[in-house]
Each structure stands twice: as C-alpha cells, then as structure tokens.
Design a protein around this ligand. Structure first.
Ligand code: PMP
Length: 394
C-alpha cells in the first residue's frame, strides 16, 4: 500500500492543467486555515489582487478572485457584460472557443462564430469584415485553445475591437503567466484564467481582470445580471475592501487557495514576466523540434501559431492511442488524450507550463521515444533528445 503511494507520487504530471505545482505553493495551501477576515488573510488577499495587475500587465484593471474554475470566469465575463439581444462575435480555434458560444447563447446573445480551419487561426481580414458589417457589443478570443494547441495573437484583434467599439474578452486560461499578455497596452477589456494552469495553483480559483471600459459598460446595464453568484454587484465591493485592507463578505473565500495564489504570484513576479514567457517559448520550441524528430505531427500547422504552454500531437499511423497513454503512465509520465470531439481519438496533448523545466521535457521525450518504439513506430533513437538540446543551445 505504502510502496504504491510512493511510486504514485513520483509520476510526472504533464497534462495541460492541473500541472506540477511548486513545493512552496503546496506548503502554503496546507497552512492552517484562518478566518477570512483575519488581518493576516486580508493582507494576503489584498496583495494577491495587486500582484494580479502585474502578471496581467494591467495597472488600471479591476481584478476579481472568486472560488470556481476557469469556466466560471468565462461565465462571469459574459453574464456581466452581455444582455439579451446583444451581438457577440466568437473567434474559435477549438473546443473552448465553442464553449463561449454556449455561454453567450445562454444569456440570450445573438452569437456569430468565426471558426478557424483545423490547425489554423481565423484571419484578421475575416474578423474585420464581420466587425465592419454589423455592430458587435463584444468579441471573444481564446488565446490558447487547449483542445488544439493553437496560439492566437490577441493584440491585433484587440486593436480591431477598439476601432469598431467592441469589447474584447480574452480566454487566457491556458496562457496567463505562460504566454505574452499585455492587457492595458493592447486594450483588452477582460482577461480571464483559472488557477490550475500557468498561474500554478491547484484547481478552484476563477481569476478575472476587467478594464475600466468593461466596468463602465457593466455600470450602464439596463437590466440586472441574471446570474446571482457571478454578479459583479456582489463581488466588486469585496475586492475593493480587501484591496483597501478592510474586512468584507459576500461568499466565503477559499482561504487556503488564496494563500497559495499569493505564494505563486510572488514566485512568478520574482522570475519576471518577460523571463517566464521567454522560458515557455524556448522550451516549447525545443520540445516541438523533439516531437518532429520522432516523426510526429502537431495539430498546429506552423510554429508561429503553436502554443508555448502545451503541444497537441497526432498519434502516428498504426499506434493505438490508449496503449500509448498507458505506456507513458507506466513510465511515470502522465499526458492527456485528445479533446476536440470529432478528433478525440486521433491525438494526444502534453502540457508544458508553469514551473516546467528542460529536464521535465527530456523525461517526456525519452519516455515517448521508448513507448513509440515498443508500439512499433519507427524512430531514430536519441534524435529527439538531440534536437531538443540543439534547439535550447542555439
Ligand atoms: N478555457 C481554456 C482555454 C481551457 O483550457 C480551460 C480548461 N482546460 C477552460 C477554459 C475551462 O477551465 P476550467 O476547466 O477550469 O473550468
């Protein structure tokens, strides 16, 4: 019993969230729970809100830290900004883009979806055409769609949104603290994430940053927000109070998760956002070089639109997907299967975000090489690791 447990603990979790967490974050999570109005916790909550502004590069933004998942953050953005009959443009590069369609429809929006061909992004021309022909109250962008590993450049889309007086909502669940995000400079109105990804905290926090413009649009609503839990009327006074280091209450905050969040945000800021993004970019590029050397193909068609937080890879011909995932697990590396409904069984995904290091990725490539060999896929032994190292030392 004990032996199995120890072995289990040594498995490397390389799925696109939850990820491997820093020991200091897990220690913080395990500290004795205080009252949510204890002065020490008020200080931690207040600092976490301030540190979010640094990570999002949004000195003017209004941060929200709420118990829930990334989906709640998506729901909260839409519930507060969209009213019955508003037009919304969803720019989709996969499963999570399409989730925005479900959410906006739920709040009675008139939703138009621009869906990218598989492995590609929607062109700026197609987006501008839509914005030119019809007034959209908001558009949604999925920075990294975790189902396809496609990276979208949000900056030119945010600029277009401003040109046409449309709010921009960025799903940064698989990007914030891993990919380049510059909310205020790019003019993004809402940027959301969940704790379990590159932010580096166990699942359970919905994190959202709203621009001044987004808050003004919300203030001018004609009807009350129809979602009680997600209504900013309930949460804004709480966030403002904690930032002013005053006690407040609407729903009990997840004290331990917020203590862990502060620890992780400090680690992120200590590394430096630019350095952290660069580390993700260098490791992801080298990892893709390794993947290509194993004669494998990624869903994303070019390097420029390949995410730096995860990689989605097709199973090679003749290799059974479940057998590969099982072999990887036997080799103590946990990776994820596919997610896009129509392609689910044809590809797998490897997460590489947060505290990921080159040695983690050497371990993945080495396990993958032997698993593929055992399953009869031809690879030149050692070539993937060589390509990985070459790319890193370039
Ligand atoms: N958006 C993206 C891009 C995601 O990757 C995820 C989670 N994989 C979500 C939204 C939903 O987040 P959660 O599972 O925390 O609700």
């Amino acid at each position: 019993m004990m032996k199995g447990r120890i072995m289990n603990d040594r498995k490397l979790l390389m799925i696109p969230g939850p990820i491997e967490f820093e020991p200091d974050v897990l220690l913080a999570l395990g500290k004795a729970t205080t009252s949510h109005v204890d002065p020490s916790f008020i200080e931690i909550f207040g600092r976490s809100l301030e540190l979010m502004r640094e990570v999002w590069k949004s000195p003017k933004g209004q941060p929200f830290i709420i118990a829930g998942t990334g989906t709640l953050a998506m729901d909260m953005a839409v519930a507060n900004l969209i009213e019955q009959g508003d037009s919304v443009l969803v720019i989709s590069t996969g499963y999570f883009g399409n989730r925005f369609e479900d959410i906006t429809n739920r709040y009675g929006a008139n939703t138009t979806v621009l869906e990218a061909p598989l492995g590609e992004v929607v062109s700026l021309k197609a987006i501008e055409n839509e914005l030119k022909n019809k007034h959209y109250k908001a558009l949604t962008i999925t920075h990294v769609d975790t189902s396809t590993g496609i990276l979208v450049d949000p900056k030119p889309i945010a600029i277009l949104a401003q040109k046409y007086n449309t709010l921009s909502i960025l799903d940064g669940v698989c990007s914030v603290a891993g990919e380049d995000v510059n909310q205020d400079e790019w003019g993004l109105d809402v940027v959301i994430t969940g704790s379990q990804k590159a932010i580096g905290v166990p699942p359970g926090l919905a994190l959202l940053m709203a621009s001044r413009k987004a808050m003004e649009v919300w203030h001018k609503r004609t009807r009350p927000v129809s979602n009680y839990y997600a209504d900013w009327n309930n949460w804004l006074p709480v966030m403002q109070a904690y930032e002013e280091r005053k006690p407040s209450y609407f729903g009990t905050p997840p004290v331990n998760l917020i203590v862990a969040l502060e620890t992780s945000l400090k680690i992120i800021c200590k590394e430096g956002i630019s350095e952290r993004v660069k580390r993700h970019q260098n490791l992801a590029k080298a990892f893709r070089a390794g993947i290509f050397s194993l004669n494998l193909k990624t869903i994303s068609k070019t390097n420029e639109i390949s995410a730096n937080t995860l990689t989605a890879v097709y199973y090679p011909k003749g290799v059974n997907g479940s057998a590969l995932l099982k072999k990887m697990s036997d080799k103590d590396v946990i990776i994820a299967g596919g997610l896009l409904p129509k392609l689910k069984t044809t590809y797998f995904r490897i997460g590489h975000m947060g505290s990921v290091s080159s040695s983690d990725l050497v371990t993945v490539l080495s396990a993958l090489e032997s698993a593929l060999l055992e399953l009869g896929h031809h690879v030149d032994q050692g070539k993937a690791l060589q390509s990985f190292q070459d790319s890193l030392t370039q």
